[in-house]
Design a protein around this ligand. Structure first.
Ligand code: TEU
Ligand code: CA
Length: 596
């Protein structure tokens, strides 16, 4: 028994094992997944028609980006009714049918909970803005202007994530309201107890209706420093500065999350929090630590922000393999040693495609790159997230993608601001367009590519955003037929995790030769001594690299073998300590020590 004064007794191994830790999640972006009625917009019936494709891949959970009523200023992250469904996606009855169809396949449904803000068209905000004395006034954050030299200014210098000030002046009541994102996305005021209460009702309603959990949008931003002070100048070129010090992981965040966690625990519901701006695992551990009973896990942004430059997301930065190794090792070891949990991802609806950003998307190495990244993700501890199209190795938009093809408010606002400030600077414009093709959120929002028929089989109508031109060759139908495809490689990775959960899901992590300039190698050791250890070797270069198995790698004692590789000839081979291995371009392999 742990000593009484030990406030954090070592939890029993069995109490650390959970269904949501061993699950993998397939993320569906409803607008771009499958259009069943030819209006060019994906919909819920379209998702239902493709559930067997998701099941066959081996995923356990389906996460839908927001499907609730919304004017779609930010693709549904501006919700106008949490109890209604965006009409082009379908009806509440369609969601019921989807939940039943998912459950009948033994999978679970996760919905996207966006409660840091609503749409400005939500009835709550329409009431709130109508008058100073309206009962809903305090459901949002309203502040008086600041006057300097007779000029009216916002209450502080905070920047919106979508450009400009995070405050918009409302003539009718002569006050500003806060919106960390678009002006059409006013932030809810969680200090007003009626707001958390309303959110708890929404959570219970959808859990009672068949959802099995939630992804929680920018959930670490819901508690703000009520002084609303000016932010330090971190971007001298702009009048607006990041106020993250005053709203990321704010003073009452864990109070709010503990209340939500109590409800989720009643339902044994799945939860993953999106935590922007957080690079400190200790901060995330406060929410995801064993026994904290707040949320199961959280997305951090350290990896996906590696290529973000100094001034903003769209300024260039070259990341290094050593950075990727350090970040992965940091989060793997911290959460393992502190009984926390990781959400493992490289792609989602906000990120460019990983083969283009972190490997090589040219015709020679795209497939091998996609399998290499699948190996990196699949062999880490944490819950694994696969975003639609990632299982096919879809790349970013092509070089000839014109600016008119973009739909995302974040990209379009950036372009408008750039043109306004630098109308005659073609080189700046070209740099921006190059950065959009690398990091714009639309890279992952082009329609899912089902087959080689027009519009990639996504829609018989005009898609809301153009289909990537490579669909005739790169599509699900072709890959499901090809046992050597990226799709089937992902399926094998998901199976390998299930078969070796003790090693790959729950085991420890240690880098091998951290300073190697080209190879990312690591060892996974099981939590139970009867399970095998694994050595994962990844050549992140599009050329041959000779790699020597370090003498210290005890995994490579006799009797082990390569069980998975994107070079089939490698499978079955043994490795010996100090042995030299010639790795092909973007080669990945998983070696298991002998099964005891
Ligand atoms: O994203 C949080 C967020 O800040 C993203 O905008 C992300 O940081 C940025 O795009 C990185 O490139 C969530 C949702 O995932 C996103 O789709 C919404 O636009 C945003 O919140 C507002 O709800
Ligand atoms: Ca449709």
């Amino acid at each position: 028994m742990p000593s009484l004064e030990n406030t954090h007794p070592e939890p029993l191994q069995s109490s650390l094992q959970k269904w949501w830790k061993e699950s993998s999640v397939y993320q569906v972006y409803p607008a771009s997944f499958c259009d069943s009625n030819g209006d060019g917009i994906g919909d819920i019936q379209g998702i239902i028609s493709k559930l067997d494709y998701i099941k066959r891949l081996g995923s356990d959970i389906v996460w839908l980006n927001p499907v609730f009523s919304s004017p779609q200023v930010d693709m549904g992250y501006d919700i106008s009714d949490y109890y209604g469904i965006h009409a082009p996606y379908g009806t509440v009855q369609d969601v019921d049918e989807l939940a039943a169809a998912i459950h009948s396949r033994g999978m679970k449904l996760v919905l996207d909970l966006v409660v840091n803000h609503t749409s400005d068209q939500h009835a709550w905000f329409q009431e709130s803005r109508s008058s100073i004395t309206n009962p809903y006034r305090d459901w949002y954050t309203w502040k008086k202007p600041v006057f300097r030299n007779g000029e009216r200014h916002p209450p502080n210098n905070w920047r919106s994530y979508f450009g400009g000030s995070a405050w918009t002046y409302d003539e009718q009541t002569g006050e500003y309201y806060l919106h960390l994102f678009a002006r059409e996305q006013p932030d809810l005021n969680w200090e007003n107890a009626q707001v958390p209460a309303a959110v708890h009702e929404i959570i219970r309603y959808w859990l009672d209706r068949g959802a099995d959990g939630f992804r929680m949008d920018v959930i670490n931003l819901i508690s703000k420093d009520q002084r609303f002070p000016d932010a330090p100048i971190t971007n001298p070129g702009s009048p607006w500065q990041s106020g993250k010090d005053f709203y990321s992981c704010g003073p009452r965040l864990h109070e709010y999350l503990q209340e939500i966690g109590k409800i989720l625990k009643e339902y044994d519901a799945f939860s993953v929090g999106e935590m922007v701006e957080v690079d400190d695992p200790k901060e995330i551990l406060k929410a995801v630590g064993h026994g904290r009973d707040e949320i199961n896990m959280a997305f951090h942004f350290e990896i996906v922000n590696m290529d973000h430059g100094p001034s903003d997301k769209f300024s260039p930065r070259q990341w290094g393999l050593h950075e990727l190794k350090e970040i992965v090792s940091k989060w793997q070891n911290f959460m393992h040693d502190n009984h926390g949990w990781n959400a493992i991802y490289l792609e989602n609806h906000d990120q460019g495609r990983s083969v283009s950003r972190f490997a090589s998307d040219g015709p020679k190495h795209r497939e091998q790159s996609a399998k290499l990244l699948a190996t990196l993700l699949g062999c880490q501890s944490g819950t694994l997230f696969v975003y639609q199209g990632q299982e096919l190795g879809m790349p970013n938009v092509p070089q000839d993608w014109p600016v008119d093809n973009y739909r995302d408010i974040e990209t379009l606002n950036h372009w408008k601001e750039l043109i306004a400030r630098h109308p005659e600077n073609p080189s700046l414009h070209e740099t921006a367009l190059e950065q959009y093709r690398l990091k714009s959120r639309d890279n992952s929002r082009t329609p899912m590519q089902w087959n080689s028929s027009p519009n990639a089989g996504f829609s018989v109508g005009e898609p809301w955003i153009p289909v990537h031109s490579d669909y005739t060759r790169l599509n699900a139908a072709a890959q499901v037929k090809d046992p050597g495809s990226v799709y089937w490689y992902w399926s094998k990775i998901l199976q390998l995790r299930k078969h070796h959960a003790d090693t790959l899901v729950y085991g420890s992590f240690a880098l091998v030769e951290p300073d190697h300039p080209d190879v990312f190698a690591f060892v996974r050791r099981p939590s139970l001594s009867t399970s095998p250890s694994a050595l994962i070797v990844l050549n992140f270069r599009p050329y041959d690299v000779t790699w020597t198995v370090p003498a210290t790698t005890e995994v490579c004692k006799a009797g082990g073998q390569v069980v998975l590789s994107n070079y089939p000839a490698r499978i079955g081979s043994e490795l010996v300590q100090s042995g030299s291995v010639s790795l092909g371009p973007m080669e990945a392999f998983v070696y298991f020590s002998e099964q005891k």
